[in-house]
Design a protein around this ligand. Structure first.
Ligand code: NAD
Ligand code: LMR
Length: 312
C-alpha cells in the first residue's frame, strides 16, 4: 500500500517522517515541484531506518505523479506558508491554484485516493479540492482541527499541571486565528470538567492562546510551524489507514449538520478506512452555536474569493 505526501517543505517532510516511523504503508512517495528537494529529503529519512528500525520505503520525486499511482491516501501540503503578521487567508491567491492543480493530478493516477488537505487557508482549500475533483465528500478531509485541539490540550495542560494525554478537549469551526472555537465548557480532565479548576479569566486566556497558537509560533520562528502540524497530519492518516475510528476534528463538507450547508468546516468526525465516516453531533449552547455560525460566515466569504480569483 502506498501513501503520497505532496510538498516536501517543513510540514510535508515532517508528515512523511512521522508516517514512515509509524510504518503506515509499505511505500511513501514524497513529491515536490522543486527539483531534487523531495529526493534529498526522502534519502535523508531513509538513512534513519537503520537507527529507528522501520521498514517502510520512502522515495522522493520531482513533480512525477506517475510515481504516486495507486495511493490509498494523499496529503496535500504544497503551497506557501505565512510570514509573521500575515493571516492564513492572505495565502489564498497563491495556494488556490497550487492545491487545485495538485488535487487534479493526484486523482488522475489514484482514482480511489482519500485526500487530506493541509495547505492554507485550509477550510477553503479543502472546499476547493472537493469542488474541483468532484470526489465523494467522505474522501476529502481538511486537517486543522486535530492540530488546534492538540494545541488546546497543551494550553490546558500548562495551566492545570496535567498531562495532555489525560485531557479531552476539542476545537471546532474554521482553522483561522479568529474562526476557531475551543470548546472549553466541554473539555474534561479524565472526565471531570476542566472549568471546575479554572477561573473565568484563566479559561478566557487558554481559549485566546489556543486561537493564536499558529500565529504565535509564526512570530517566534519567522515561518509557520511544522512539528505539531506534521504529527497531526500523520495521526489523521493513521486513523484512516489502520481503520482506528478515532474521533478528530476535521474540516468536512456539511449538508445541514451544525446548521450549515455547502461549506467545509471543522467538526468532530470518526476517521476510518473509507475516510470520514460520520459526524458527531455535539450539543452546543446558544453562545457556541452563534460562534459556529460566525465562523461559517467568515469561511464562506473566503470560499467566495475562489470564484473571484478564477480558481473555481
Ligand atoms: N492546516 C494546518 O494545520 C497547517 C499547519 C501548518 C502549515 N500549514 C500550511 O501548509 C502549507 C505548507 O507549509 P510549509 O511550512 O511546509 O511550507 P514550505 O514552504 O516549507 O513547503 C511548501 C512546499 O510546497 C512546495 N510546492 C509549491 N508548489 C508546489 C506544487 N505545485 N507542487 C508540489 N509542491 C509544491 C514547495 O516547493 C515547498 O517545498 C502552507 O500553506 C501552510 O500555511 C497548514
Ligand atoms: O499558522 C499557520 O499559518 C500554519 C498552520 O495553520 C498552523 O496553525 O500552524
Amino acid at each position: 500500500m502506498k501513501i503520497t505526501v505532496v510538498g516536501a517543505g517543513a510540514v510535508g517532510a515532517t508528515t512523511a517522517d512521522n508516517i514512515v516511523r509509524k510504518e503506515l504503508a509499505e511505500e511513501v512517495v514524497l513529491l515536490d515541484i522543486k527539483e531534487g528537494l523531495a529526493e534529498g529529503k526522502a534519502q535523508d529519512m531513509s538513512q534513519t531506518a537503520a537507527l529507528l528500525g522501520f521498514d517502510s520505503k520512502i522515495i522522493g520525486v520531482t513533480n512525477d505523479y506517475a510515481q504516486t499511482a495507486g495511493s490509498a491516501v494523499a496529503v496535500i501540503t504544497s503551497g506557501i506558508p505565512r510570514k509573521p503578521g500575515m493571516t492564513r487567508e492572505e495565502l489564498i491567491g497563491t495556494n488556490a491554484n497550487i492545491v487545485r492543480n495538485v488535487a487534479e493530478n493526484l486523482l488522475k493516477h489514484s482514482p480511489e485516493v482519500i485526500l487530506v488537505v493541509v495547505s492554507n487557508p485550509m477550510d477553503t482549500m479543502t472546499y476547493l479540492a472537493l469542488k474541483a475533483t468532484g470526489l465523494p465528500k467522505h474522501r476529502i478531509i481538511g486537517m486543522g482541527g486535530t492540530l488546534d485541539s492538540s494545541r488546546f490540550r497543551y494550553q490546558l495542560s500548562l495551566r492545570l499541571g496535567a498531562s495532555p494525554a489525560d485531557l479531552n478537549a476539542i476545537v471546532i469551526g474554521g482553522h483561522g486565528d479568529t474562526t476557531m472555537i475551543p470548546l472549553i465548557k466541554h473539555a474534561t480532565w479524565n472526565s471531570v470538567p476542566v472549568t471546575q479548576f479554572l477561573s473565568a479569566e484563566e479559561q478566557q486566556q487558554i481559549v485566546a492562546d489556543t486561537m493564536v497558537g499558529g500565529a504565535t509560533l509564526t512570530k517566534l520562528i519567522g515561518t509557520s510551524a511544522w512539528y505539531a502540524p506534521g504529527a497531526s497530519s500523520a495521526a489523521v492518516v493513521e486513523s484512516i489507514i489502520r481503520d482506528q475510528k478515532k474521533l478528530f476534528t476535521a474540516s468536512v463538507y456539511l449538508e445541514g449538520e451544525y446548521g450549515q450547508h455547502d461549506i467545509n468546516l471543522g467538526v468532530p468526525v470518526v476517521l476510518g478506512k473509507t475516510g470520514w465516516e460520520r459526524i458527531l453531533d455535539l450539543p452546543l449552547d446558544e453562545e457556541e452555536k452563534a460562534a459556529f455560525a460566525k465562523s461559517a460566515d467568515a469561511v464562506r466569504n473566503m470560499n467566495n474569493v475562489l470564484k473571484e480569483i478564477g480558481a473555481l
